[in-house]
Design a protein. Structure first.
Ligand SMILES: Cc1cc2nc3c(=O)[nH]c(=O)nc-3n(C[C@H](O)[C@H](O)[C@H](O)COP(=O)(O)OP(=O)(O)OC[C@H]3O[C@@H](n4cnc5c(N)ncnc54)[C@H](O)[C@@H]3O)c2cc1C
Length: 455
């Protein structure tokens, strides 16, 4: 065998698996195959000047490379079983929290020290939400910020690079089961290993689907979350963000009893574009460094959809909606809430007259031509509900960017060790469908590393 262990994907799942496997300086021979670039070579060409919107690089520097999709993220590590994945269903709630705390300790050791840990425990805001038909979910949130998150990754790489062989710009094309292990096939050659940890995240969703189908590993379709990113003056949400930083709030609509939830809140942050397999959607982040902060706060409002029979391609549904917005707006569309309610397009003039200044240069347009009525109605209802706990949310100048789509990988059938039906072939992180967040993905990496070390 060329290696004892090959890890596919250098996102948080892969990185933390590699860290834990090498922590005690074992003699294991480990390689990490990553489709993207090393951290210092990851650069999105959008500069708002010469390159204004996504030019579909391959690999996409936002989603791929050392650090994975999380490298330029806001670095919010949510320590909770309430959202961010279903790791606890495999390993138990206590273990899942213990591992997320362990990941937090490592992040502190590698440069995160001094960053703030927020908590919903004992907050009065829970009651205020309840009084207004909203539910605040429980969590502790470590906010590293985009800048510190990058430093932590740099420091972890410095330690790992001498213990693990990194092969960047080397996408794995196929995995074959062979006697005593696996044959990992790439464009530049095939490598054998005894055990393989697959952690390819959301950008590897199509690929992992193919691998599971080739190997006969059972999968189940997952949900897709569709909605918009809301941006408003930071001061309107400051009573929530100062205390909790990120509040995960759920609302049940009166019209359809659908659940709409807030997601990825970025106080004083910026709205950004995201490219998943060529489809441009919207996201957001914020910096810990006050010098890089803005006057605006952004967060997503999402509605989950899960299809089963006869159509079960939930991600395909989300993709079609995102493609529609890409077709009409050339990428991301932005609309003032007041224009949406009045049934008219936001144009350049209305945008220029707006009190709220957008942090992303998106095309002014009409989101009602893109989002299905049921989803849009839910979002509008929730904006009015949020207006009761944060007056001003439903102002005419509140900006809505669309579309935001959270693609979820299908669920791979795994045992309680996150191992597939093939002994020694593990699937972890967002790629497995088990996790949807930095903390859960990282914890899943630590968990399988310990399982491998045990054996
Ligand atoms: C802009 C943005 C902001 C975010 N903010 C937050 C946040 O604040 N908090 C939070 O909890 N989550 C956030 N997320 C989500 C978070 O980044 C992911 O949940 C997390 O990165 C998942 O980790 P992972 O290791 O499973 O996969 P990923 O981070 O997606 O890493 C997978 C890696 O595998 C590589 N890969 C894919 N296919 C192959 C292949 N065939 N061969 C080799 N390599 C391959 C990819 O290039 C990628 O580098 C954000 C995501 C984005 C895009």
């Amino acid at each position: 065998m060329n290696y004892d262990i090959i890890i596919v994907g250098a996102g948080p799942g892969g990185i933390f698996a590699a860290y834990e496997l090498t922590k005690e300086n074992t003699d294991l021979k480990i390689a990490v195959f990553e489709a993207g670039n090393p951290l210092d070579k990851r650069k999105c060409p959008i500069d708002g000047d010469k390159v204004k919107s996504c030019i579909h690089c391959n690999p996409c520097s936002i989603m791929s490379g050392f650090g994975g999709a999380g490298a330029f993220s806001d670095g919010k590590y949510n320590i909770t079983n309430d959202f961010g994945g279903t790791l606890y269903e495999y390993i138990g709630k206590e273990k899942a929290i213990e591992l997320m705390k362990y990941v937090d300790d490592i992040n502190m050791k590698f440069g995160g020290e001094g960053t703030k840990l927020y908590s919903t425990a004992n907050t009065e805001l829970k009651k205020v939400c309840m009084q207004n038909k909203l539910k605040l979910l429980d969590a502790s949130v470590r906010h590293l910020g985009t800048d510190i998150n990058y430093v932590v990754l740099e420091n972890i790489y410095e330690v790992l690079k001498d213990k693990v062989e990194f092969k960047f710009r080397t996408p794995v094309t196929m995995i074959e089961a062979i006697e005593g292990g696996y044959n990992i096939i790439t464009a530049v050659g095939a490598y054998t290993c005894k055990k393989c940890v697959v952690s390819v995240g959301r950008s590897g969703s199509k690929w992992i689907e193919g691998i599971c189908s080739d190997l006969g590993i059972e999968t189940q379709s997952n949900r897709v979350d569709i909605g918009v990113r809301v941006e408003l003056p930071a001061v309107l949400f400051s009573h929530l963000t100062d205390e909790l930083y990120e509040s995960k709030i759920v609302y049940k609509t009166e019209k359809f009893e659908d659940k709409v939830r807030t997601f990825c809140m970025n106080p004083k942050g910026s709205v950004v574009t995201e490219n998943t397999n060529g489809i441009v959607t919207v996201n957001g982040h914020s910096y810990e460094d006050p010098a890089k902060q803005t006057d605006m706060t952004n967060f997503a409002l999402l509605v989950s959809k899960h299809f089963s029979v006869p159509f079960k391609d939930s991600n395909g549904y989300g993709e079609s909606i995102a493609r529609l917005s890409n077709m009409l707006g050339g990428g991301v569309i932005v609309q003032r809430f007041g224009d949406l309610i009045r049934g008219r397009r936001t144009n350049k003039k209305r945008m220029a007259d707006s009190f709220a200044k957008p942090t992303l240069n998106a095309e002014p347009g009409d989101l009602s031509l893109v989002l299905p009525k049921r989803i849009l109605d839910g979002i509008i209802e929730m904006i009015y509900a949020l207006d009761k706990i944060a007056p001003g949310t439903a102002n005419d100048d509140t900006l809505l960017y669309g579309v935001e789509v959270k693609f979820y990988n299908m669920d791979v059938k795994l045992n309680e060790n996150l191992e597939t039906s093939y002994k020694g072939l593990y699937m972890i992180g967002d790629g497995s469908g088990v996790t949807h967040s930095l903390s859960h993905a990282s914890a899943s990496g630590v968990f399988v590393a310990r399982d491998i070390l045990k054996s």
